[in-house]
Design a protein around this ligand. Structure first.
Ligand SMILES: O=C(O)CCC(=O)C(=O)O
Ligand SMILES: [Fe+2]
Length: 371
């Protein structure tokens, strides 16, 4: 690998990064196209500085800890509910990540979702290229690296993205036909799970079950279907850079693996558990819970397996807000003993900080932390 890397990387002082990125974007081939073309070296704009590569900041390769597993089988039993609330509360406070089993989504729906997203990414270039674009906040977009023009190093993944809600006009008809029915079914089922989780999380804070929903958390949903194809130099790039999410993320992954979460100083693998969903807390929830729940850094390693890694997500974000609405620690949670750890912020301020940094740099939590 080392020799290959030496042969591959050019030390050309005339290297024009912007031009290469632009050509890649205009080709609409995505990293799947690069991977399928049989290249043995990755283009230079995908190479990350050594100090940010996973190999250079993994404290342990033998991590034995793993993220908590939450069993929702007895969710509606009043005898079991308090125990489930305690578990989700502990998981959200100490890990910010957990897997959910017995969530009620039929396994056929999970299988069909993963299969159809794989089928979308497996389509010939001419068909996928029709959907390739860059646009924010609405509609359907297939692209490689949604922060391609904002970040200093690209990552080895392509994505299909759909704003499921809110949408003035129905977005469904614009979803590529190969996965339309499946995306709609996944959104329907994953939303129900998200709603149940929001209720548990609200109750875990001692609030009414419907609190997060009332705050607008079921009103904005973004679907993502990522593909992490085989990467011929997986030690020189990443699948997705370390980052935190905004709202509540519900994720389904195939069996390839590569997702890792930061736990203390350790990076821990989120091992694919058949039939399970992976859930994580985002920045808005950390701030609104006044730090009770944690939004933690996570990343995906570049895929060294010949089989593509597929992951399917629903981001449940706050919707129905006005530009002037302030989000901050919920007043019900504050007291003399528990003063606010964060100041309030507006969604435009959040978006401005998000879109100016790509997936690098300072996030909203750091920006609003009171010292
Ligand atoms: O693909 C994954 O497992 C994680 C993707 C992710 O973290 C994201 O899209 O925010
Ligand atoms: Fe994420």
């Amino acid at each position: 690998m080392a020799t290959e890397a030496v042969n591959c990387a050019t030390s050309d002082s005339h290297y024009d990064r912007l031009k290469e990125v632009k050509e890649f974007d205009e080709s609409k081939m995505g990293v799947k196209g690069l991977s399928d073309s049989g290249i043995t070296c990755i283009p230079r704009f995908f190479m990350h500085p050594p100090e940010t590569l996973p190999q250079h900041n993994s404290t342990s390769t033998t991590n034995t800890s793993s993220i908590p597993v939450l069993d929702l089988a007895n969710l509606h039993s009043s005898a079991h509910r308090p125990g489930i609330i305690q578990q989700i509360k502990d998981a959200a406070a100490t890990w910010g990540f957990f897997q959910v089993i017995n969530h009620g989504i039929p396994s056929s729906v999970l299988d069909d979702t993963l299969r159809s997203i794989k089928a979308f990414h497996d389509q010939p270039h001419e068909i996928k290229a029709k959907h390739y674009r860059r646009q924010e906040h609405h509609g359907v977009m297939y692209t490689s690296n949604n922060d391609l023009h904002r970040s200093n190093a690209a990552s080895w993944h392509d994505s299909l993205q759909v704003y499921m809600a809110p949408e003035e006009k129905k977005v469904e008809d614009d979803i590529p036909e190969i996965c339309r029915k499946e995306v709609v079914a996944w959104d329907f089922h994953a939303s129900k799970v998200a709603e149940a989780l929001f209720e548990l999380l609200s109750e875990g804070l001692g609030l009414e079950a419907g609190k997060f929903k009332e705050l607008g958390f079921m009103k904005a949903r973004l679907f993502l279907g990522h593909c992490y194809p085989y990467c011929p130099q997986s030690d020189l790039t990443v699948g997705i850079k370390s980052h935190t999410d905004a709202g509540l993320t519900v994720l389904l992954q195939n069996q390839v693996g590569g997702l890792q979460v930061k736990h203390g100083s350790e990076w821990v693998d989120v091992k694919p558990l058949p039939g399970a969903l992976t859930v994580n807390i985002g920045d808005f929830i950390q701030i609104m819970s006044n730090g009770e729940y944690q939004s933690v850094e996570h990343r995906v390693l570049a895929n060294s397996s010949k089989e593509a890694r597929i992951s399917v997500l629903i981001f449940n974000n706050v919707g129905g807000w006005k530009e002037s609405d302030e989000f901050g620690p919920l007043p019900e949670l504050l007291s003399a003993e528990k003063p606010a750890l964060y100041r309030g912020f507006t969604v435009p301020e959040f978006l401005q900080s998000f879109f100016s940094k790509g997936l690098d740099g300072k996030n909203i939590v750091e920006r609003v932390t009171l010292h």
